[in-house]
Design a protein around this ligand. Structure first.
Ligand code: NAP
Length: 290
């Protein structure tokens, strides 16, 4: 039996999800473009995550594009009642795989319909607007028009909750003046900690913060401190990175990504890993040295 419950739960929209979720981006082909080499292996990862108790999956129709959502539908539909699938819109891929802005009202509406079709859903649980003022990190710019479109789609019953990704605190506040914000998904991990203040501010309002690249993304985290603590705890460095996020703040929800059944199992096992003060202090060095 999985130990996932040891990580606890947190309210995402109107549903309590386990804090250890799964990010599906790694299931597409190389460069998040095209199909994976072994689609059945990708579906097996999704089924394993669910069997371990994961009930929060992060995805997007621009992973593949379309491929990741189709794999989710093939592997998991009809979906378990407690599963919350979070998708994101606001970008598109061109024929070469580049990530481009797609945030006009028509493009956002089309993206919601594409997600509904490729996931096999009548309504999307949570839709994050992926802010694209700077593709690599949050940058200021008005998202009023885009959030107004999402709020309309919510009133039409096509989406239940609105979230933001790659957003500044000012954009979160702007969005919240138009509609409730169910979650914020930005890059954050042991080394990349620009959002420390945002995490705490969102936590005070009961809003989940969902770090992307929690394990370092395409270049998984590596450091002597991480390896040393992992070996002291008889754990893997990635398990320590997950445990650190779980301890960092109660409103952090994990969506670690992997294309490996073995790694899903290892990542869920991090639910029971406890880092003591000495370990936390040693890990602090990673951020200070970055
Ligand atoms: N909003 C956004 O702009 C945005 C951007 C990027 C990602 N995301 C979301 O965030 C999720 C998480 O990000 P991510 O998947 O890019 O990065 P990640 O979770 O930080 O790391 C994924 C990398 O870590 C490796 N890995 C995972 N578990 C491991 C383990 N136990 N041992 C060793 N290596 C392990 C994976 O390789 P293997 O496949 O070999 O395990 C993969 O290379 C994505 O799936 C996606 O849903 C959102």
């Amino acid at each position: 039996m999985s130990n996932i419950d040891q990580a606890g739960t947190y309210l995402l929209g109107d549903r309590q999800v386990r804090r250890l979720g799964y990010g599906a981006m790694q299931l597409a082909g190389p460069g998040v473009f095209g199909p994976p080499k072994d689609p059945e292996a990708a579906r097996a990862v999704l089924r394993e995550a669910i069997s371990l108790g994961v009930n929060h999956i992060d995805t997007s129709d621009f992973y593949g594009p379309h491929i990741t959502n189709q794999l989710i539908q093939e592997a998991l539909h009809p979906y378990p009642d407690d599963l919350v699938i979070v998708t994101k819109i606001g970008a598109r891929r061109d024929a070469a795989g580049a990530w481009l802005l797609a945030a006009s009202a028509a493009e956002l509406r089309q993206a919601v319909h594409d997600n509904l079709r490729n996931l096999g859903l009548d309504v999307l649980d949570v839709v994050n607007l992926r802010c694209m003022f700077d593709i690599h990190g949050p940058a200021e710019g008005s998202i009023e028009e885009q959030i107004a479109v999402l709020a309309e789609l919510r009133e039409e019953g096509l989406i239940r909750h609105i979230g933001l990704s790659n957003a500044t605190m000012r954009q979160v506040e702007q969005a919240r003046r138009i509609a409730p914000v169910a979650c914020v998904q930005n890059m954050y991990n042991l080394v990349h900690r620009h959002d420390d203040a945002m995490i705490d501010a969102l936590g005070r309002d009961g809003i989940p913060y969902v770090p992307f690249f929690p394990l370092g993304g395409f270049s998984p985290l590596q450091s002597d401190a991480l390896s040393t603590i992992a070996s002291q705890l008889d754990a893997t460095p990635m398990q320590v990175a997950i445990a650190w996020l779980l301890q960092r703040a109660p409103n952090i929800l994990l969506i670690s990504g992997t294309s490996s059944v073995q790694h899903v199992r290892e990542n869920v096992k991090a639910a029971s890993l406890v880092l003591d003060e000495a370990a936390l202090a040693a890990l602090e060095e990673m951020h200070l040295a970055a």
